[in-house]
Ligand binder design. Structure first.
Ligand code: DGL
Length: 267
């Protein structure tokens, strides 16, 4: 038994898709979420700069007493998961590997599409992670930078999102992929539009859902599940505007978050 909270973080609202999935799998767990909204977006930044942010936030969450950290950002995972795992004592789970595994298991024609930020796609992390499961899978990767902007402001459908999705996803359709990894934690928020453009026969793999399953397995195997009948506490912390984030939490988690705190790191 381990009643300390789970720490989850992202550059913004994207990690809330992981929180949603963790709440579904592990409703009894306490959670601390950090959204680095003042420094959003991570996608266009240098990976070395994103790595520095990953270290600052991991340190902050460890100071809050977390038992495990979920790096709920693909860009952050590509930039700094390995280094952070080496540097800190707390287990850290990234989102790339679970998504890659889910896709490698799901594809039938062995053609997989990956969409993500510029940083994630340029790092080739998904291509490597998929090849570790099945080196014969053909991967078509596409950066979709504008998707995070739509998701971050809560614009998850409508003509502009649809037009952008048609443009970004054309190479994946052309490559005849049967499975698409939503390789950015913001993208599950746009799954409706992405699914409509790709068509009903194409499977969408959310790294958020795959990662939550991995967190659950991790806690069970370590004997780290929270015990007790008290209600779980969920605390949200951001580096930017707290009121705007509170509205997005209500929109995306379907529950009100209570107070959102502001903590600025790295100053
Ligand atoms: N949600 C983050 C990811 O999974 C990226 C969003 C951003 O560009 O900050 O990659």
């Amino acid at each position: 038994m381990n009643n300390r909270p789970i720490g989850i973080f992202d550059s913004g609202v994207g990690g809330l898709t992981v929180v949603r999935a963790v709440l579904d799998h592990l409703p009894q767990e306490d959670i601390i979420y950090y959204g680095d909204t003042a420094r959003f977006p991570y996608g266009p930044r240098d990976l070395s700069e994103v790595r520095e942010f990953v270290f600052q936030i991991a340190r902050y969450l460890i100071d809050q007493g977390v038992k495990i950290i979920v790096l709920a950002c693909n860009t952050g995972t590509a930039a700094g998961l390995v280094e952070a795992q080496k540097a800190f004592d707390v287990p850290i789970i990234g989102v790339v590997e679970p998504g890659a595994r889910g896709a490698a298991l799901a594809t039938v024609n062995r053609r997989v599409g990956v969409i993500g930020t510029e940083g994630t796609i340029a790092s080739a992390s998904y291509q490597r992670a998929i090849a570790a499961y099945d080196a014969g899978i053909e991967v078509t990767a596409q950066a979709c930078p504008r998707f995070v902007e739509f998701a971050q402001r809560g614009e998850v459908d409508g003509a502009a999102v649809k037009r952008q999705a048609e443009e970004y996803l054309a190479p994946l359709k052309h490559a005849d992929v049967d499975t698409v990894i939503l390789g950015c934690t913001h993208y599950p928020l746009l799954a409706g539009v992405i699914g409509a453009v790709m068509g009903p026969e194409v499977k969408l793999i959310s790294s958020a859902t795959e990662t939550a399953a991995e967190v659950e397995e991790n806690l069970i195997r370590r004997g780290y599940l929270r015990q007790g009948n008290g209600g779980a506490s969920h605390r949200f912390v951001v580096s930017g505007d707290t009121a705007a984030f509170q509205d997005l939490i209500t929109l995306f988690l379907g529950t009100s978050a209570g107070n959102v705190d502001k903590v600025v790191l790295g100053e």
